[in-house]
Design a protein around this ligand. Structure first.
Ligand SMILES: NC(=O)C1=CN([C@@H]2O[C@H](COP(=O)(O)OP(=O)(O)OC[C@H]3O[C@@H](n4cnc5c(N)ncnc54)[C@H](O)[C@@H]3O)[C@@H](O)[C@H]2O)C=CC1
Ligand SMILES: CC(=O)C(=O)O
Length: 310
């Protein structure tokens, strides 16, 4: 089956996502849309030059009518953080971009999955749902997939083990209030602390490691002005789950209504992702302090939704 993926926003994230998808051999057609048409054309031309080494993929700069028949539309348009700025501080500017793009996109929408990446990704996932009226399962935010990857990466370095063997989740906001599920962090079927004892390495300092994950984006932005490689590989992983209907457990963001008293708010929970998008949200058992932190994180996002008229 032919797979078309559209990327709206051909900046650092959008263009790197398109390049990463090309190398993953997931799509037959990749479309880049940007308010700056030259930018979209330039990125498409540059990436297309590599297709003799990857396989025949059609890559071009397009318009919203090209969203018709897309399996996935990835939303990466809008402002990014300046050094020292939080993701939530982008909300007012980027909610406007979502509203603007959604109006145009919906004229041609005929199914598929809308994958939000622009920050603050949870608030914008909620905005996209509300502005579009699309079904809940079809609107996903990249959420804490990247944060969970950062968590797994640092744990893998600490524990001296392949990161693919580390099962550990970050939930809640993709941002400062995110929640680290230390109680369930596991390697080879055993708790990470137990693994460390057997591996002969000290148990991780939870506060220090969590803080390094929480601050990862700010540290990168302070040095190079933006982040785009880690997120692009996270987006690739989500797209792979959708295109190949893998039913993978990923910490994507989406609408949560009725979770431990949290209503009508978008944030990340472990979720089965497949061709229809969010197939099932999993209610995994958490330690009482993690549960409390998750409700606090959801409260921050609910307030951000309200502050932005959502
Ligand atoms: N969810 C995540 O894990 C991550 C999210 N991000 C977010 O991704 C977003 C994009 O970041 P960058 O690519 O670095 O920014 P960028 O400034 O390089 O690119 C943004 C692009 O959006 C385009 N754009 C702006 N308004 C538009 C509109 N109305 N319609 C179409 N295109 C429009 C711009 O012309 C520009 O090409 C930011 O909000 C950033 O914070 C970045 C990294 C990780
Ligand atoms: C910028 C951002 O959201 C990140 O790299 O996590």
């Amino acid at each position: 089956m032919a797979v078309k993926v559209v990327v709206v926003g051909a900046g650092a994230v959008g263009a790197t996502v398109a390049y990463t998808l090309l190398t993953a051999d997931l799509a037959n057609e990749l479309v880049l849309i940007d308010i700056n048409r030259d930018r979209a054309e330039g990125e498409a031309m540059d990436i297309a030059d590599g297709t003799p080494f990857t396989g025949p993929v059609r890559i071009y700069a397009g318009d919203y009518e090209d969203c018709r028949d897309a399996l996935i539309v990835i939303f990466a348009a809008g402002a990014n953080q300046r050094p020292g700025e939080t993701r939530l501080e982008l909300a007012a500017r980027n909610v406007k971009v979502v509203r603007d793009v959604m109006d145009r996109l919906l004229r041609y929408w005929n199914g598929g999955v809308l994958l939000m990446v622009t920050n603050p990704v949870d608030v914008l996932t909620y905005a996209a749902l509300r502005f579009s009226g699309l079904p809940e399962n079809a609107v996903i935010g990249s959420g804490t997939v990247l944060d969970s990857a950062r968590f797994r990466y640092l744990l893998s370095r600490h524990c001296r083990v392949d990161g693919r063997n580390v099962h550990a989740y970050v939930l809640g906001e993709h941002g400062d209030s995110e929640v680290f599920v230390w109680s369930r962090a596991a390697i080879a079927g055993i708790h990470v602390d137990d693994f460390c004892d057997r591996r002969g390495v000290p148990r991780p300092d939870r506060q220090d490691l969590s803080e390094r994950v929480r601050r990862a984006a700010a540290e990168i932005i302070a040095r190079k002005g933006a982040t785009y490689y880690g997120v692009s590989l996270s987006v690739r992983r989500i797209c792979e789950a959708v295109v190949r209907d893998q039913e993978s457990v990923l910490t994507v963001s989406g609408l949560v209504d009725g979770y431990y008293g949290v209503t009508d708010t978008a944030f990340s929970l472990p979720t089965i992702v497949g061709r229809r998008g969010r197939v099932k949200v999993l209610d995994i058992p958490l330690a009482p302090e993690e549960q409390q932190a998750l409700c606090y994180s959801a409260g921050i996002l609910k307030q951000a939704q309200r502050d932005n008229g959502l």
